[in-house]
Design a protein around this ligand. Structure first.
Ligand SMILES: C[S@@+](CC[C@H](N)C(=O)[O-])C[C@H]1O[C@@H](n2cnc3c(N)ncnc32)[C@H](O)[C@@H]1O
Length: 223
């Protein structure tokens, strides 16, 4: 499928797929959305010194890069696993303006390093941050009791409804440790119900700019 780089509302770029009229991030602001959904409502409420994160849809590596930047501020140890079946070509990745917009040009080499990590091999980005990029389909995830936090960042249910089902959320629920958290930009009723059906305690939270709400699920014993 054709992929085009476009500019979003906060000046950061993203990838647009004309065939689906779908983007890798919100058109209102790629970086704003990533911080709001995954950092503010995910990473920041994870009260652990060492956090294992699973990203559903590694894509451009933006979420991974901002998680790395956050880990520098809070001195947490991060184990990051990004699953992706269709890696983005480096010729596109390095056209994206994330290091510049994040004013992280002094560590743009980290963005490069993240993308240089070989697929299916755990590698250290720094002493406090390791990364494993797994080239496979979400449908093939079968780990249990492994992650503290999931960034659920699949393309929307409009274009990939098969990724927002009870079957997939069941895999996510199993992959989380007890009290683990899943955050997603979606606020669809059908998504909320699928998450609840597999056992998540689901909260609606204010969405990022341009979106009223988003969802967060906790793997809690308390219902
Ligand atoms: C919304 S984008 C992810 C954006 C990404 N988190 C970022 O920060 O750039 C969704 C990603 O899911 C990937 N994808 C789509 N279907 C998939 C599947 N069945 N299994 C694994 N990856 C898939 C796409 O290639 C795309 O990179």
């Amino acid at each position: 499928m054709e992929r085009k780089i476009i500019k979003t509302g906060d000046g950061s770029t993203t990838i647009h797929i004309p065939e689906w009229n779908e983007q890798y991030h919100s058109k209102h602001g790629a970086i704003q959305e990533a911080y709001h959904v995954f950092i503010k409502h995910g990473l920041e409420i994870c009260n652990l010194d060492e956090i294992s994160i699973l990203e559903i849809g590694f894509g451009t590596g933006l979420n991974c890069f901002i998680t790395y930047l956050e880990s520098l501020k809070n001195n947490k140890k991060i184990h990051y696993t990004g699953v992706e079946a269709y890696p983005v070509a480096n010729s596109i990745v390095f056209e994206l303006n994330y290091p510049e917009i994040l004013e992280a040009e002094n560590i743009a080499s980290i963005f490069t390093k993240i993308h240089a990590v070989s697929w299916n091999e755990k590698q250290e980005i720094s002493e406090k941050f390791d990364l494993e990029k797994q080239e496979k389909k979400f449908q093939d995830i079968s780990v249990e009791n492994t992650f503290d936090l999931i960034y659920f960042d699949a393309f929307g249910a409009r274009v990939q409804p098969e990724l927002w089902t009870e079957q997939i959320f069941e895999k996510m629920f199993k992959a989380l440790k007890k009290d683990g958290i899943l955050v997603t930009y979606s606020a669809k009723g059908s998504v909320r119900r699928a998450m609840q059906a597999v056992g998540f305690l689901v909260e609606k939270l204010p969405g990022p700019p341009g979106k009223r709400e988003m969802l967060r699920g906790i793997k809690s014993d308390i219902k």
